[in-house]
Design a protein around this ligand. Structure first.
Ligand code: HDE
Length: 681
């Protein structure tokens, strides 16, 4: 284990709830020892089961009630514990205690998710990813409930049920699962053009991440920091992964969904078990109140981002995920996030999407977790004390002692805490609000395309091609031609070149007019400019009987030294003997492993490769090549690369010296993908 786990206040609290069942005698829930757990109580060995069998009834009843409703969105999720540590005090901007002191640590719990699919759906869907963080601060829980895309589809919460209905499986036939490639989603897009910017992101590589560990996170909305003096600053939150932002390719993603629908959760789980603790730096973009109107977009519009080149991201701390959950249901399923869980120093704005979320999240927990006491579930409990006059309800755990359950009272002397810095009561920012009641959208929210264009302009050629391919796939699955045409016409506002290619691919009329005069770019939006490192990447080592022992062992050891994870794949699992008789254990066979599950392929081969090995390895290499992955061989395996005709291509590494090979191969792994192979799907 490379790094030490730091268990804080939250883990100590959870310890009180953790139960270890190993070696324990079975009892009923009432503590009665049971003598038998395989046979129900019957009237005679071949007779009917009888009502009196309280043990059977208890066991079966509990089982019958095991399921709770899945989240209406973000049902498919996976979570981990960790710690957040402050780099730089934010005291000038916020009185939030957990951000005030350099070095201060706060326990966190993070749940990553897809949005549209149900609880058992494949994790490589083309979709937004949820990135929800609960900070267990000394002033109460603060939830930063964000996504991996910095903007959203709609501008007003009242449209959320419509949007989700449009993207979920169509109600008349329940198809398709976890996919936006169908008529109702695109019909919604065409009729709600505020979706344009977000749809560009969704059609980009951001929507098919390589790993939860390699995604950015965004608070999306504009929030407020409020300092001790009551002064406010507008703030947007970012999570920046230290491993950089990386994606899969769409053909690969679809195959992963079949080969390993748990690909993302397994990646997160194993990284944490291996001590490769995922890290994300917390960044803030700040805009002073007086500057709020000086941008060419409305800073309260959730379909707009603040380009990082204009409003820099200040990194203020780092989150390290260092502990897997013990029980997925108790922790990952029962965790209840809410953008309204704030602490003093963090406040809301009038973003109409955020305002609506403040209602929805408690409401949804009430149905999902079955009543108003979900805050008492171990994963949801704050680490600071909590007291009030709320009482009773389903599943109440707390035994509130005493006769008083009301405010104001003279008998118990429990009062609110004034909002002074010393006493710490929460005070809402005293924003002056004055207006007529009106159902309308501010005109300043009307520009739906400028930032969609900014995004498009900022993409590399490969990223642009992926967007065109994604649109062509998604619209290609749409059956209604009017919908296809409307979408193509709509996105002519972004780029004429883009839609002309899409139109051609799907067989509708290519718009002749459109495009945008905007030439601005934001390099931070392109994944080409992200952090590049080979650390924690997995490499399939394809090995056949009679391999060059010294060389292969040396390559494997050197890769491991660089933090890379080699996985040996052979014709069969188990020991594979090298040329000198020494063996290496293959943990996977060609039946259990698949090219799409690895970041790179090292073809170790052997001097006399078997027919079976050559065939399987060639297929493996072929797929890796078409997914633009690094492929390498130091010696024996080279013939397979030569036979595949790929040795001229970038990212195909052939070196006979082990040192040179490992250096070049790791560099290629860090680059991640070699897009200039010019292969399109
Ligand atoms: Fe959510 N969202 N959302 N959402 N959201 C939920 O709450 C909702 C939005 C996000 O891992 C639900 O507990 C409305 C934006 C995440 O448990 C629900 C609107 C962003 C998660 C809900 C939005 C998010 C949720 C369903 C439009 C990024 C998963 C289950 C106004 C900033 C949290 C639940 C977890 C979950 C409502 C839009 C992020 C129904 C009404 C924008 C990460 O309350």
């Amino acid at each position: 284990m490379s790094k030490q786990r730091q268990d804080g206040a939250k883990q100590e609290q959870l310890d009180a709830y953790r139960v270890h069942d190993e070696g324990r005698k079975l009892t009923t829930n009432q503590g009665l020892k049971v003598s038998e757990d395989e046979f129900s109580l019957k009237a005679g060995v071949r007779g009917p089961t009888i009502m009196e069998d309280f043990h059977f009834r208890e066991k079966m009843t509990h089982f019958d009630h095991e399921r709770i409703p899945e989240r209406v969105v973000h049902a498919r999720g996976y979570a981990a514990h960790g710690v957040f540590e402050v780099y730089e005090s934010m005291e000038p901007y916020t009185k939030a205690d957990f951000l005030k002191e350099k070095g201060k640590k706060t326990p966190v719990f993070v749940r990553f998710s897809t949005v549209a699919g149900s609880k058992g759906s494949g994790e490589l869907a083309r979709d937004v990813r949820g990135f929800a963080t609960k900070f267990y601060t000394q002033e109460g829980n603060y939830d930063l409930v964000g996504n991996n895309i910095p903007v959203f589809f709609i501008q007003d919460a009242i449209k959320f049920p419509d949007f989700i209905h449009a993207v979920k499986p169509e109600p008349h036939n329940g198809i398709p699962q976890a996919a936006s490639a169908h008529d109702t989603f695109w019909d919604f897009v065409a009729h709600n053009q505020e979706t344009a910017h977000m749809v560009m992101w969704q059609m980009s590589d951001r929507a098919i991440p390589r790993s939860f560990r390699m995604m950015e996170g965004f608070g999306v909305h504009t929030f407020r920091f409020v300092n001790d003096k009551g002064e406010a600053t507008f703030v947007k939150f970012h999570w920046k992964p230290t491993l950089g932002v990386h994606s899969t390719v769409w053909d690969e993603a679809q195959k992963i969904n079949g080969k390993n629908p748990d690909f993302h959760r397994q990646d997160l789980y194993e990284a944490i078990e291996n001590g490769d603790f995922p890290e994300f730096e917390l960044g803030v973009q700040l805009i002073a109140e007086e500057d709020a109107d000086s941008f060419d977009y409305d800073i309260l519009d959730p379909t707009k981002l603040w380009p990082e080149e204009e409003v820099p991201v200040k990194k203020i701390g780092k989150m390290t995920l260092n502990r897997n959950v013990d029980n997925v249901f108790a922790e990952t399923e029962q965790v209840a996030f809410h953008p309204g869980h704030v602490v003093p120093g963090i406040d809301f704005t009038n973003d109409p999407l955020l305002q609506g979320r403040l209602f929805s999240y408690t409401d949804t927990q009430l149905i999902r977790l079955g009543g108003p006491n979900f805050h008492e579930l171990p994963i949801n409990r704050p680490v600071c004390p909590f007291h009030n006059n709320q009482r009773d309800g389903y599943g109440r755990h707390t035994i509130n002692v005493g006769q008083v359950s009301y405010h104001k009272n003279g008998l118990a002397h429990n009062t609110p805490e004034p909002a002074s810095p010393e006493q710490g009561g929460y005070e809402h920012y005293q924003e002056k609000v004055d207006g007529r009641k009106i159902r309308a959208r501010s005109e300043s929210f009307n520009d739906h395309f400028s930032q969609a264009v900014l995004f498009w302009n900022s993409m590399s050629e490969a990223e642009k091609q992926h967007i065109i391919d994604a649109f062509s796939f998604e619209l290609g699955k749409v059956k209604n031609e009017d919908v296809q045409q409307q979408v193509v016409n709509m996105f002519a506002n972004v780029s004429l070149d883009m839609v002309q290619e899409i139109a051609e691919n799907i067989g509708v009329t290519a718009p002749k007019e459109g495009g945008s005069p905007i030439t601005k770019t934001s390099p931070a939006l392109s994944q080409e400019n992200t952090v590049k490192t080979a650390a924690t990447r997995n490499v399939a080592v394809l090995l056949d009987k009679g391999f060059h022992t010294k060389e292969v062992i040396s390559v494997i050891n050197r890769l491991v030294k660089q933090g890379i994870r080699p996985v040996v794949v052979a014709n069969k699992r188990g020991e594979v003997a090298g040329a000198d008789g020494q063996t290496i254990e293959a943990s996977e066979s060609f039946l259990t492993a698949d090219s799409v599950l690895y970041d790179a392929v090292y073809v170790a081969g052997s001097r006399q490769m078997s027919e079976k090995f050559s065939q399987q390895a060639t297929h493996f290499i072929h797929e890796a090549f078409h997914h633009f992955k690094p492929i390498g061989s130091s010696n024996d395996g080279a013939t397979l690369l030569e036979d595949s005709g790929i040795t001229h291509a970038k990212g195909v590494i052939l070196e006979s010296s082990v040192n040179d090979f490992v250096d070049a191969f790791s560099e290629a792994i860090a680059i991640h993908r070699f897009w200039d192979r010019e292969v399109h799907f």
